[in-house]
Design a protein around this ligand. Structure first.
Ligand code: ADP
Ligand code: ADP
Ligand code: MG
Length: 679
């Protein structure tokens, strides 16, 4: 086969954040000039600074900037880019971008349009794979979408079944149906969701495997007829069908299964004349039987674990293949060494149903000088996580000689991550990788559900030492001491009489009576009683007293003397919160001010406000509905996450102010709630 060779001199990256930074890094190392594109929200972003040239492409919402194919092509022309890398997400699996590139004579770093289209529909992909002899999950993916046909198909498959949007992705529009009597409702609901999310209501039905693993194979092909695999990744630890932890190789995978899975993946790629980097996702049953789920025709978020074990740069491979070159290695020369893990660090609050967080990263630091640790990020300290995009802060990747070494490094590396300014999932990730079942390699897609209680803050394996038990008092002492120093400073400067801390407990020097301070830790409210004695804070804890003295050093480092024993920690302050980094864990406490506690002390009646700007994608109740505390009322989608608005108490939804599809601002008055008066 004759393939035209082209040399990329300037590469435009049609993406943002860590992925754009990641691609720029490789392009630079290959001597390629880079062009970043950015929305109005990203003018000062890291990826813009990292590129040689940067081009604005529109307002903050992705639909007006990163998803505008016309503007991307214009930007490429304006900057003389001869190739576009789509990254992942956004337009990476959109055949229209690939087509527009071809028309403009710009190289698209990805497979050809027919391959993207073939895999764009999960149903059509299955037809192709069945013909190529790749095993499929028992199920139905036919064109006939009549209710009768779907119901009959589900019965033949046997319950439980999983309904999926054929056009789906990102874990959206999936529903498990356990019993025949719930099927009709399930189908109607799934169709509605699919139509809303993808503009296409076609469904497919699969047998729902109850304790499967998600194992995927990285494949690569060139235009010279070569196709190889770069081993597998296990991405079983998921939340809402979205990956949380990924690793390579898959722990405990039988060698025969490994080999046949890799072969099936290559068969899948060959069946569609695939070119470039792709991932074939399989779902694997407890007995080792595996089935094709879908193929992602792009680079994957978790590609770094494959890079870690193979020592290869997959973006460099992509570029070489796009230029018309052959794969850098033949199958027999690709080898894997050791074990790698990746975790996705998100601005989300695990203590509040993983509510995505927005705000400024007042502190952001990653482990430095640690062997076998890689950090991929698109933000630096002082940047903000906005409502417009994915709330990912960074990916942390560790590599070791074996899984145990990679795991220990991960645990330590997570312990060295410093994030303050917004709640994040670092402590949660740490609990996952330190969980006995995870250490034992016992992963399946139900992992997070199975160990929900252990993984919750304060669950098994947390606390218990005198230092960890003293953390709230230590945080309080640090807050008080910082405030005291501020008070002293502010007294000199004129001061801010409205400081929330000042209001909370009314500082008075040389005052020894008992004070009270309330800290919020996740969902817990901690009331601390203390007094100041000769520069030391004395906390009453039941019968016991804990005496804490605090002194601050540079960069937020502090030394606390706990009953005379010194401990070294770090503290980061926000307006009304403190994060104490100690013993590899971040402990974040929010000061409950006098004002807030006053408002909170009332009943739960009143207006329920939107916790963040976003789009209402479902309203589960009608006006007048009687609900129990915790019942879901609405679902708000923001930053690619779904957040459930729940009933604050037993009561009645007195008025609804918005409906499905409405865009709401943060603080918008969603509904009026009346608490039921106990009789
Ligand atoms: P992957 O299958 O590569 O692990 P996911 O399924 O986790 O990706 O992500 C769901 C979708 O969101 C994918 O289309 C992915 O490319 C996209 N995505 C995930 N994280 C980001 C990010 N930080 N920036 C842009 N897109 C993202
Ligand atoms: P998406 O396009 O959203 O990535 P996938 O088809 O890849 O959709 O499925 C996402 C996740 O849903 C899988 O990683 C797996 O955890 C779960 N899942 C998919 N199919 C099944 C199934 N048949 N049985 C059980 N779990 C499944
Ligand atoms: Mg998938």
């Amino acid at each position: 086969m004759m393939t035209e060779m082209r040399t990329i001199r300037t590469l435009l990256i049609a993406n943002r954040g860590e992925i754009a930074c990641r691609i720029i890094r490789t392009a630079r190392s290959l001597g390629i000039r880079t062009v970043a594109v950015y929305s109005e929200a990203d003018a000062a972003a890291l990826h813009v600074a990292a590129a040689d040239t940067a081009c604005p492409i529109g307002p903050a919402p992705a639909a007006d900037s990163y998803l505008r194919i016309d503007r991307l092509i214009e930007a490429a022309k304006a900057t003389g880019a001869d190739a576009i890398h789509p990254g992942y997400g956004f337009l990476s699996e959109n055949p229209e971008l690939a087509r527009a590139c071809a028309e403009a004579d710009i190289l698209f770093i990805g497979p050809d349009v027919p391959a993207i289209e073939a895999m764009g529909s999960k149903a059509a992909a299955k037809d192709i794979m069945a013909k190529a002899g790749v095993p499929l999950v028992p199920g139905y993916h036919g064109a006939d979408q009549g209710a009768d046909t779907l119901e009959k198909a589900a019965e033949n498959i046997g319950f439980p079944v999983l309904l999926k949007a054929s056009a789906g992705g990102g874990g959206k529009g999936m529903r498990v149906v356990e019993r025949a009597e719930d099927l009709a409702d399930g189908i109607a609901g799934a169709k509605r969701e699919a139509a809303a999310a993808f503009g296409d209501d076609r469904l497919l039905i699969e047998k729902y495997l109850t304790r499967p693993r998600h194992v995927e194979v990285q494949v690569f092909a060139d235009r010279h007829g070569n196709a190889v695999h770069l081993f597998e990744r296990d991405c079983s630890v998921q939340r809402r069908h979205q990956k949380v932890v990924e690793e390579a190789p898959a722990p405990g995978l039988d060698e025969i299964v490994r080999t046949s899975m890799a072969k099936a993946a290559i068969d899948a790629a060959k069946a569609i004349d695939y070119v470039g980097a792709g991932t074939v996702e399989f779902i694997m049953d407890e007995d080792g039987a595996f089935y094709f789920m879908e193929m992602n025709t792009r680079l994957q978020v978790e590609h770094p674990v494959t890079e870690a074990i193979t020592g290869e740069d997959l973006v460099a491979w992509q570029i070489r293949v796009a230029e018309g070159g052959t794969l850098p290695l033949t199958q027999d020369r690709i080898s894997a060494s050791g074990h790698a893990l990746e975790v996705r660090i998100y601005a989300e609050d695990p203590e509040r149903e993983f509510l995505p967080q927005t705000g400024r990263l007042s502190r952001l630091a990653f482990p430095e000088d640690m062997d076998g640790v890689r950090v991929d990020t698109g933000v630096i300290e002082g940047d903000s996580v906005s409502v417009h995009y994915d709330p990912m802060i960074a990916k942390l990747i560790t590599h070791g000689r074996d899984r145990a070494e990679a795991l220990r490094r991960m645990s330590r590396a997570l312990g060295e991550v410093r994030i303050a300014g917004l709640a994040n999932n670092v402590p949660y990730l740490k609990r996952i990788v330190e969980h006995q079942a995870f250490i034992a390699g016992g992963v399946d897609t139900r992992f997070i559900e199975t160990y929900r209680e252990d993984l919750a803050a304060g669950g098994a394996g947390e606390g218990g030492t005198w230092e960890s038990d003293s953390m709230p008092a230590l945080a309080a002492a640090a807050l008080l001491e910082a405030e005291r120093l501020d008070v002293v400073r502010q007294a000199r400067l004129g001061g801010d009489p409205y400081s929330p801390w000042a209001m909370a407990y009314g500082w008075r020097l040389n005052d020894s009576p008992q004070h009270r301070l309330t800290l919020l830790h996740g969902a817990d409210e901690l009331v601390l009683l203390y007094r100041l004695e000769a520069g030391t804070y004395v906390f009453e804890q039941g019968e016991k007293q804990v005496r804490i003295g605090v002194s601050f050093h540079a960069n937020g480092r502090l030394e606390a003397r706990l009953d005379g024993i010194s401990i070294h920690a770090e503290a980061a302050f926000e307006d009304d919160a403190i994060t104490v980094f100690y013993g590899g864990t971040a402990h974040r406490y929010v000061l409950k001010t006098a004002l807030a506690s006053g408002a909170d002390a009332g009943e739960n009646s009143g207006h329920v406000a939107a916790p963040m700007p976003g789009k209402l994608i479902a309203v589960h109740v009608a006006e007048g509905a009687e609900v129990a505390k915790g019942d879901p009322l609405m679902v708000l989608e923001a930053m690619k996450m779904e957040h459930v608005i729940r009933a604050p108490d037993d009561g009645v939804v007195a008025a609804l102010h918005y409906g499905p599809g409405d865009q709401v601002e943060e603080g918008a008055d969603l509904l009026l709630f009346e608490t039921r008066i106990a009789d």
